[in-house]
Design a protein around this ligand. Sequence first.
Ligand code: ATP
Ligand code: MG
Length: 412
Amino acid sequence: METLLLKCGEMVLKGLNRNRFEERLLLDLRRRLAPCGKCTIYSGQSAVSVTPACDDFDMDRAFEIVRHVFGLVSVCRSAVCEKDMGTICRVAPEYLRDILMGASTFKVNAKRADKRFPLTSMDIMRELGTVLLNHYPHLRVDVHDPEVVVTVEIRERDAFIHGPALPGAGGLPVGINGRAGLLISGGIDSPVAAYMMARRGLSLRAIHFFSYPYTSPRALQKVQDLLHIVERSAGHIPLTVVPFTRVQEEIREHCPDALSTLILRRCMMRVADKLAWKDGCHALITGESLGQVASQTLFALGITDRVVDMPVFRPLIGMDKTDIVAIARKIGTFETSILPFEDCCTIFTPKHPKTRPRIGEILEAEAKLDLDTLLKEAYEAALAGKYMGDDTAKRPGVSDTFENTPESPDAE
Ligand code: ATP
Ligand code: MG
């Protein structure tokens, strides 16, 4: 019988919280593996096994899914059998046929999590090694640099036999550290920030500021596509879209050009803070990186943070763009992020933004706006799902929502 053998990561170190962590992980696995068919998920001794409980369980799909689940350090497909040396020696040659036929050297590695097992690790290695050599005479044992390591694990309930494991997604099970609001643009950085914080056990609620018709429905679709990619690891991420056209136009009309981006960012943070709080979030996440653009200087970030009441997590703060791009490629968001749809931050970008703004001049400029009303309207419209510039509530997630809407002037 084949099973998935998954090793838990850092969470096994967490002492008394361990049960809670394990429960989260199992809940997550159960939910994600449901589309693959019926299976039994069992956890014990810092590992989880997923065993099919129906004939048509989709093992390939399940394996693909668990590779992205946070909280696991390694994942592998494994044979599972009775804890009996005769059975192990019968199952192993058959189960490992393909990988052993393709190799010329191997070694056997044995782990006894069940210390009551009558044979020592050395005995297991020697006995199974001999059996494999008899079955596959082309093989040679190489204990220093083998092409294939065959692992036998004698665990609490069963024995597991497998070849090499793949690294898991690492981190902590999603949700064990609470919930945070993610400010997502369509760029490279924010999906990476989302991935990194979900990997630390946060469950995410996404917020996107949308300036229709300056930004097109396709830009919004791109944000949703990015979220879907991150969801493979982070679980479901509900999205709230905030109509920000009016706010941007008012800033452009009434505030000095050089301060407009920073004022816009403060407006975003104010609304995000409220939406996130209402959704049970206790932090905000952005994709900002120190000095990347004028609104991300030390001074600008300080001024931005004055308007929020919760911690702002910026996991990319100390990273170079090349490092960020490398992660974006690894998690699969890069290709979508570089699609050329404009974001609301870029359309009104001033030519010479101030990099050392003073709080006094920002407050003075903001006083020219009726921020209370403007931001309240944006907040309420976001909650009502109205962000396309008319009275019809439109919800993202239904793809044909976008097909019947006029293109933005920019997109033509
Ligand atoms: P990204 O950071 O995603 O690559 P970017 O670098 O173009 O896009 P900036 O304009 O530098 O983004 O904005 C910095 C951060 O502000 C983003 O990482 C994101 O967290 C947030 N942000 C920017 N634009 C939006 C938006 N339209 N809606 C929600 N959040 C946004
Ligand atoms: Mg950025």
